[in-house]
Structures are given as structure tokens and as C-alpha cells.
Design a protein around this ligand. Structure first.
Ligand code: DC
Length: 234
């Protein structure tokens, strides 16, 4: 697909469970690019905060002083697991890929990801990972804050029920016990916090291309983005 060896940055932002990571992984594979799930990084920090009692899981109150004093002890890495054919997230060298997807983390992550010093650290890390281009990164602020000069920016959305249904299926497939209503509530709540926070709120970059995939299957979405990538690589 890429005869010129030109490498670009592809930024994919959008709402929770809008299918960003599925599309990002597929296009990264096709281009032989690095794929980075920035949400997994905020989830890993949240798990770290929960384990170190820097956030109260009941009222979501964050002990910012404590977290600030601990934040430099957080190391996040990604490794590809060939057996499971998936990328996995490591927190201080421990594989936390499954744990960061659980509801406790989902319910607390918005309260951690809105903290300025947490975002500053993650953004720096993300920018370092993209320094050589040839990267697809998904998240909420990739096209607006992390890589404002990305060659291709996508902004994804789908209606909340469709997104909750997708997440429900994903968790059921992993035998995680949750109800659909609980997920729908969580999706809507995270949308609200992501859009209204002061620090890097979720919003479409002016030069991002919008994709509402409520009615699209995976192949249709992949074909659509391949068309856009080809234009950028020519
Ligand atoms: O993509 P996800 O649902 O796994 O992301 C988890 C949370 O992290 C989400 O509620 C918003 C936050 N997030 C963020 O603030 N900025 C990013 N670049 C990625 C995720």
C-alpha cells in the first residue's frame, strides 16, 4: 500500500466504545505501523491509583498530593503477545491488560484522566512514541493535543446504545459479569466527563474527518480509512 516509504501519523479520537481501537489496530496492521492505545495508559494509571489508595472507588475522590508524589514511579509499556495475538499493557513490568478493562477501572478512569499532571506525563510519553511517525494512536486528544500536526485525523462516533452494546459483548466474551444497563450508564457518564472537563476535553479537531459508524461493519470502516490513507501517502 505504501510504495513511497513515506510514514505518517494517524490520530483516531472519539467517544468511548466507538470502535476506535478496532479500526486503529486494523489499519496499523495493514500499514505495518505501531499501534498505541492511549486509553490503556490512563486506565493503567487509574489501576495504579486504586491499588495505592490515591482514589476512593466509592466517591471517586482523588488524593492528588499522593498521586503526584507517586506518578514518577509509574512506567507503562506495551508488548505484543503472539499467542493471544493482541497488544498488552504493562504497568511497572506487570501485565495488567485484563485488569484495566474491568468495571472498577472504567468507573474511575475519568476522574484520573482529567487531572492536569497525569495528562502532561502521558502526553509527553505519547509524543515520544510517535517521534518517528509510522504510528496509529487512538484516544480523546490525539488530534488536538498530542499530535496536532498529524497527517490524518479521524473523529469517531456512534450512538450511545450501539456503543454500550459493543462494550457489553466485549466484556461478556471475556466472561466479565456486568449488566447492559450498567454499561450504558457508564458510557454516558464517561461521554459527559470527557466532553466537559477543562483539561483537553474530547472534541473534534477542525481538520479531522468525522466517521459515524453506527450502521457500518468493520470491513466498511476499514475500506473507508484505507481510501483516506492512500490520499495522504500519494
Ligand atoms: O478509550 P478508553 O475508553 O479505554 O479510555 C479510557 C478513559 O481514558 C476514557 O474515559 C477517557 C480517557 N482518555 C483520555 O482522557 N484521553 C485519551 N487520549 C484516551 C483516553
Amino acid at each position: 500500500m505504501n510504495a513511497s516509504n513515506k510514514k505518517i501519523i494517524i490520530a483516531i479520537d472519539g467517544y468511548s466504545s466507538s470502535g476506535k481501537s478496532t479500526l486503529a489496530k486494523e489499519i496499523a496492521k495493514l500499514l505495518n505501523y505501531k499501534y498505541i492505545d492511549s486509553g490503556a495508559m490512563y486506565r493503567a494509571v487509574t489501576l495504579f491509583a486504586l491499588r495505592n489508595s490515591a482514589i476512593n472507588p466509592v466517591n471517586h475522590e482523588v488524593d492528588e498530593e499522593k498521586l503526584k508524589s507517586l506518578v514518577d514511579h509509574i512506567q507503562i509499556n506495551f508488548k505484543y503477545n503472539t499467542e493471544k495475538q493482541r497488544q498488552e499493557t504493562f504497568l511497572n513490568h506487570e501485565n495488567v491488560e485484563d485488569e484495566i478493562r474491568e468495571m472498577t477501572v472504567s468507573e474511575n478512569v475519568s476522574f484520573i484522566s482529567k487531572i492536569a499532571f497525569v495528562r502532561k506525563k502521558m502526553v509527553k510519553f505519547q509524543q515520544e512514541m510517535g517521534a518517528e511517525k509510522g504510528i496509529v494512536m487512538d484516544g480523546r486528544d490525539i488530534g488536538t493535543v498530542v499530535f496536532p500536526n498529524a497527517e490524518l485525523k479521524i473523529f469517531m462516533n456512534a450512538n450511545a446504545e450501539v456503543r454500550a452494546e459493543r462494550r457489553y459483548k466485549e466484556l461478556k466474551d471475556k466472561n466479565i459479569d456486568v449488566s447492559f444497563d450498567e454499561i450504558l450508564k457508564n458510557v454516558k457518564k464517561r461521554d459527559h466527563i470527557d466532553e466537559t472537563r477543562t483539561e483537553s476535553p474530547l472534541k473534534k479537531a477542525p481538520d479531522a474527518v468525522e466517521l459515524d459508524n453506527s450502521q457500518m461493519n468493520r470491513q466498511e470502516q476499514l475500506d473507508w480509512i484505507v481510501g483516506l490513507v492512500k490520499e495522504k501517502l500519494n
